[in-house]
Design a protein around this ligand. Structure first.
Ligand code: PEP
Length: 258
């Protein structure tokens, strides 16, 4: 597999996607505090917490005084600010220190029914409001890296259509069949697909996006994925991001102790 050394120079990102967890603010604060402590030697804004919306403001307060951990949103609106019941504006997210927004997660695509058109609108709005989209892509069924890549290229074309070629964004490659916390995934499969995404992006964008991997990463398999650290520019973690012990091990393995 051809290696693209340029991308390995970027600090790896570690994004904790808490989904609809934990069930109380007390637990959210306790988990965040442990992750902040584990990440105290990590580079600025390299570890991102993506909590449910009600915890964004209290965690914003908790993160003050440290630089390693920053906030991401799990979702964002497809609308500019106006009278729209139930939506959260980009101005509010920015005011709470949100720097990145997860968009196109498979649970929103296939459970909520979000279309590429909506995802495309969100990507443009996230960017227009000075934040970085973390665009999730990935094939639904286990297949070959070549077929997975063909599927992902179609998603990328639709999801970033009309997007400024120089615009800054990141990608999370998440094979949908591998999401769930304990699925068997071959890291070399993930690395092959990510290598292909890098090549595709090099042809289509002038800024080089980081490409993260997500899908059943935990403290027991992180070393296998880190073997491909020249290709995989970080991780989007669901289930294991709710376990402070897992996160402590993963953070140490990725960033070491300086
Ligand atoms: C995810 O849903 O983004 C994810 C990576 O989940 P998990 O780590 O639980 O597979």
């Amino acid at each position: 597999m051809a290696q693209r050394k340029a991308t390995s120079l970027q600090t790896p990102l570690l994004v904790c996607n808490w989904k609809m967890n934990p069930q109380s603010l007390r637990e959210a604060r306790a988990l965040a505090s442990k992750i902040i402590r584990a990440a105290r030697y990590a580079p600025p804004a390299s570890v991102l917490l993506a909590p449910p919306f009600p915890y964004v403001a209290p965690l914003h307060a908790l993160l003050k005084g440290q630089r390693a951990v920053a906030l991401a949103a799990q979702n964002s609106t497809a609308h500019e600010q106006r009278a729209l019941t139930g939506e959260v504006s980009y101005g509010m997210l920015a005011d709470m220190g949100v720097s990145r927004v997860i968009v196109g997660h498979s649970e929103r695509r296939y459970i909520i029914g979000e279309t590429d058109k909506t995802i495309n609108e969100k990507v443009a709005l996230i960017h227009a409001h000075g934040m970085t989209p973390l665009l999730c892509v990935g094939e639904t069924k286990k297949t070959t890296p070549a077929k997975a890549l063909a599927f992902i290229e179609q998603q990328l074309v639709r999801d970033v259509a009309g997007f400024d070629k120089r615009a800054h964004f990141s990608i999370a490659y998440e094979p949908v069949w591998a999401i769930g916390g304990s699925k068997e995934v071959d890291p070399s499969y993930a690395a092959h697909v990510i290598e292909g995404i890098h090549v595709f992006c090099a042809h289509h964008f002038s800024s080089v996006p980081r490409v993260l991997y997500g899908g059943s990463v935990h403290c027991k398999n992180i070393d296998d994925f880190l073997y491909y650290r020249d290709t995989i520019n970080g991780f989007l973690i669901g289930s294991a991001s709710l376990r402070a012990q897992d996160m402590t091990i993963i953070i140490k393995k990725i960033y070491g102790k300086r």
